[in-house]
Design a protein around this ligand. Structure first.
Ligand code: FES
Ligand code: FE2
Length: 470
């Protein structure tokens, strides 16, 4: 990017980058965004360094699993992934493994995937059963986890008549996702997600289908991976091709609750990192990466008096209406084209918007602090009169397999962006071991990363203060 600079920038207010704020950008939109897009209060949560060992110390990961992942809500699968009674998926998280099963027409159960006899995992892969059976000594369970048959029940007096049932996690549903929580005393899902259920009513997650699902192995800690998707100012370093149409430094960051934060980044406007004023054609000449088919009309001449952003939003709205037969006349320009990403502590993220909704999940890869699993899932609307398409199967990508291998499902421009993100991560993980001063988060743009660590500390401190149940 010959026109790009990351030096000649002068902050024009205390907590913001140069150029207009996100709210100022969207104030000119032809179809306005909902009221809840405005910036909330910006808390001052400090500037202290964060110990780098948190990203590679196995003891710290063990604490996260014991006190954070085992006590927070996790989406385990989509309802549409297990449409028939008896369909199940295996949800692994660190060392934990759960069976998510549709045990009745509208009932989902999360059953411990470990035989209460001597611990063998009961199922190894996703599938369909009318009953579960341990392959080791043959105990059988009903779909609700109660014992159906125990071939040596006579020799297990310690279990009594009803012993040997599988443990259950809490289950709750939102947006077509099945969430589980291993802590039966956890706050309700609805309160943890607040205000997402209210804000996302407009985005109809239940009514969309799973058009892409990648699970990518990454050579970096789960937090380093998650944090690569919690700010937009890495565009200048990592995704320079997007600068002509991304208001990276104009982004808005909000801490909405202990659990929920968000980042809003305008598209269809040039980055303040580019000094020269770009023409509308130059802005629109960049393929939008975060919406399907967005580029098809984008190189057409822009009518006089219409900004590149307004043209881009109108074009996206027109194409979405054509492809679905649905009415998006009330969808704000921001909701048509911007990057609108809500995070839920500790490891989930949901994109707002109309055309497609990307969803992330970041997990430790087993008990290894140096590697992670990243889920990239995409929900899309389908034609109003058409049948609901079947959800795509999961595509598993190993460490050295690029996300571009999933270009058919997620689109090549977006796959390229992910491969650029993934490229950084092993080098982050390596560099963290030579960082005695700790990680330095920026004050505004990275306040949510700092908040993330503060919440981890809070959960770990509370967990360690509890009497041990082991
Ligand atoms: S370990 Fe499952 S029946 Fe023995
Ligand atoms: Fe990125």
């Amino acid at each position: 990017m010959g026109n790009t600079t990351d030096t000649d920038v002068t902050p024009n207010r205390a907590d913001r980058s140069p150029g207009p704020s996100y709210v100022e950008i969207i104030a000119d939109d032809l179809v306005p965004a909902p009221d809840f897009y405005t910036q909330g209060p910006v808390p001052d949560i400090g500037t202290e360094p964060v110990a780098a060992s948190r990203y590679y110390d196995p003891a710290f990961l063990a604490k996260e699993l014991d006190h954070v992942f085992s006590r927070t809500w996790q989406w385990a699968c989509r309802e549409e992934d297990i449409p028939e009674v008896g369909d199940y998926m295996v949800f692994d998280l660190g060392g934990y493994s759960w069976i998510i099963v549709r045990s009745a027409a509208s009932t989902f159960k999360a059953l411990g995937n470990a035989c209460p006899h001597r611990g063998r995992q009961i199922v190894e892969t996703d599938g369909h059963h009318q009953r579960f059976r341990c392959p080791y000594h043959g105990i059988q369970w009903n779909l609700d986890g109660t014992v159906k048959h125990n071939p040596f029940g006579w020799d297990m007096p310690q279990w009594g008549a009803r012993g040997g049932d599988l443990p259950e996690a809490k289950v709750a549903l939102w947006g077509g996702f099945v969430f589980i929580n291993m802590d039966h005393n956890a706050p309700p899902l609805e309160s943890v997600l607040h205000p997402i259920p209210e804000h996302f009513t407009r985005y109809d997650f239940e009514g969309k289908y799973k058009a892409a699902h990648v699970i990518k192995k990454i050579r970096a800690n789960w937090k380093a991976t998650c944090e690569a998707f919690m700010e937009s100012h890495h565009v200048v370093g990592t995704h320079p091709q997007a600068l002509p149409m991304t208001g990276d430094l104009n982004s808005q960051y909000d801490i909405l609750s202990d659990y929920v934060g968000r980042q809003f980044t305008a598209q269809g406007v040039q980055s303040p990192n580019i000094e020269r004023a770009l023409s509308k054609e130059e802005i629109l000449g960049v393929t939008a990466f975060n919406q399907p088919n967005a580029q098809q009309e984008s190189t057409a001449a822009v009518p006089e008096g219409l900004s590149a952003r307004a043209f881009s939003a109108a074009s996206a709205r027109r194409m979405l209406e054509q492809s679905t037969g649905r009415d998006y006349s009330q969808a704000g320009d921001a909701e048509m084209i911007d990057s609108l990403l809500y995070h839920v502590f500790p490891n989930l993220a949901f994109w707002a918007g109309m055309a497609q909704n990307i969803v992330y999940r970041f997990r430790p890869n087993g008990m290894d602090p140096d590697t992670a699993l990243m889920d990239i899932l995409i929900l899309r609307p389908y034609p109003k009169d058409g049948p609901r398409p079947k959800p795509v199967p999961i595509r598993y990508l190993d460490f050295d397999e690029p996300v571009m291998m999933a270009a058919a499902e997620i689109g090549a421009p977006l796959a390229e962006v992910y491969d650029q993100d993934v490229e950084n991560l092993p080098w982050v993980q390596k560099g963290l071991r030579t960082l005695p001063a700790g990680v330095a988060f920026s004050k505004y743009m990275e306040m949510r990363l700092r908040r993330h660590h503060q919440m981890l500390d809070q959960f770990i401190a509370e967990g360690e203060a509890r009497p041990s149940t082991m």
